[in-house]
Write a protein that binds this ligand. Structure first.
Ligand code: SF4
Length: 132
């Protein structure tokens, strides 16, 4: 009996329309601190944003900076998912986010270099703050 590995991967139920995606992005930026607007992995970048997120998560700024969509448990950027997302035209958020992924918590396109306050670690070996 053969096993289909694809069945074990998270499923992308529905690709949002461009409008749904934009509306969700705006709502998350307003109510869930989705950001930063211009993603960057340079140390010290977006200081104001990461200082705020450190407060939100009650942690230090350097730890907050490591909690990215890219390593959130709700994030998926498998080739299959990225192919599905190609149906949604690129917008200004794609230009500065460091690469697309799908957020299964909020059903929209998020990006490697951003985060939001609903972040959860995807690493089973880490504690709640993403630390070993
Ligand atoms: S829930 Fe996770 S993947 Fe979704 S926007 Fe927030 S940090 Fe990114």
């Amino acid at each position: 009996m053969s096993m289909k590995i694809g069945l074990m991967l998270p499923k992308l139920e529905k690709v949002p329309s461009a409008k749904e995606n934009k509306d969700t992005t705006s709502w998350l930026a307003e109510y869930w601190n989705l950001g930063p607007e211009v993603g960057s992995d340079r140390p010290g970048s977006n200081k104001e944003y990461w200082t705020e997120m450190a407060k939100v998560w009650n942690t230090e700024e350097d730890k907050a900076r490591r909690q990215l969509c890219a390593n959130c448990e709700y994030f998926s950027d498998t080739p299959r998912v990225l192919k599905s997302l190609e149906a949604v035209p690129y917008n200004e958020m794609d230009a500065t986010g460091g690469g697309r992924g799908f957020c299964s918590r909020f059903d929209f396109i998020c990006h490697n270099l951003r985060t939001c306050q609903a972040w959860e670690s995807n690493d089973p070996m880490c504690d709640e703050e993403g630390e070993d």
